[in-house]
Write a new protein. Structure first.
Length: 67
């Protein structure tokens, strides 16, 4: 099943995060989580991931506009 981080844009959903002590990562009620290595390496990769997210967002907006 493909999950989506889109619902995490809603502050109410985002605030429902919990720490999964077994997996050692953040988890939301919709099943989304972050790989622990991503969280560990976040200071080193955040700019790259932000750029990827921005590009993805632009493509999504262009796709919606194109119908």
């Amino acid at each position: 099943m493909a999950l989506s981080f889109g619902p995490l844009h809603d502050l109410g959903m985002f605030d429902r995060v919990v720490l999964d002590s077994e997996a050692g990562t953040l988890v939301w009620p919709n099943g989304e989580d972050f790989d622990p290595s991503t969280l560990h390496d976040w200071p080193n990769v955040r700019e790259e991931l932000a750029a990827r997210a921005a590009n993805w967002g632009r493509r999504q907006a262009e796709d919606r506009a194109a119908g």
